[in-house]
Design a protein around this ligand. Sequence first.
Ligand code: PEP
Ligand code: MN
Length: 348
Amino acid sequence: MENLKPLFPELVPGEPVIIAGPCSAESEEQVLAAAEELHAGGIGMFRAGVWKPRTKPGGFEGVGVQALGWLREVRERTGMRVATEVATSHHVELALASGVDMLWIGARTSANPFAVQEIADAMRGADVAVLVKNPISPDLELWIGAIERIRNSGIRRLGAVHRGFSSYEQSLYRNDPQWAVPIELRRRLPGLPLLCDPSHIGGRRELVADIAQRAMDLGFDGLIVESHCTPDRAWSDAAQQVTPSELLRILGGLTLRTAPEVSSSLAESRAEIDHIDNELLALLARRMKISRAIGSYKREHGMPILQPQRYEELLRTRAAQSERLGMSSEFICEILRAIHEESVRQQL
Ligand code: PEP
Ligand code: MN
């Protein structure tokens, strides 16, 4: 993505961007206590939800506009940048009028192009930093679409936040990370700052450190983490929040990979990978050519394209073979399914 500006001029290039603070602003005391402790620990950016999107009615929906005053106080007392979530044009107007430095679009909102467009229109011409969280489903185009809508309204201090994806299946995580999706976002929009939200991915505070480390290993530009002075008493997302001191401990324990990009042994290995990929592509092209010839034979002899027994046999033998070669059979079956699908298409 071109013509972007740094989120804030004071950020040091190459150092991870850290935004921390409670899930929700609950009271003036709670907000100021968290901000002061985080600021004392060297954190420069503070987050707190003023309006909270809740799955069901009746939950705590945020204290609303009153909390904007508390964020202003954080700014005045500590000099921290302050960030909050906006979900409607009215939220945008109120937050901008209150001098909020950074706005984020939540996962439920970024899934809705009408809502994102309304928010983008309300931001037009504003000099504010904006983060777009991924939509709750792993739909990369929807995520990119939301980012483009904001960018088309003239916002140049823009970033994306990976907060995981909602899934029906029970897993270790509250929101499945599916790291391939943000990795593909990075490929599609190079130059767009990409942050990770380990709190909403993990859903449990014990998982925050490992997820944050994984994000750093994958070259994310920073983290947005939920932190509350008394997490167990938090009015929202209690299980996933960490105290400011725990957060500082987690951040201090992160290994950052700052070595220059390419060493000669890495370059050699990459050349070897390039060579193998070329061979793989040539083999696949050869396989497809044979497939097309088989397709002609089947047509001439009135045979159906799909031969389920043959396909089953092929999956079974290759799966066993791949295990012997030290690769998971699921992985190979997934590749074979894709190849088979294309073969069938070429035989149609
Ligand atoms: C939040 O950051 O508190 C939040 C509601 O996040 P998400 O939109 O990722 O669920
Ligand atoms: Mn939260």
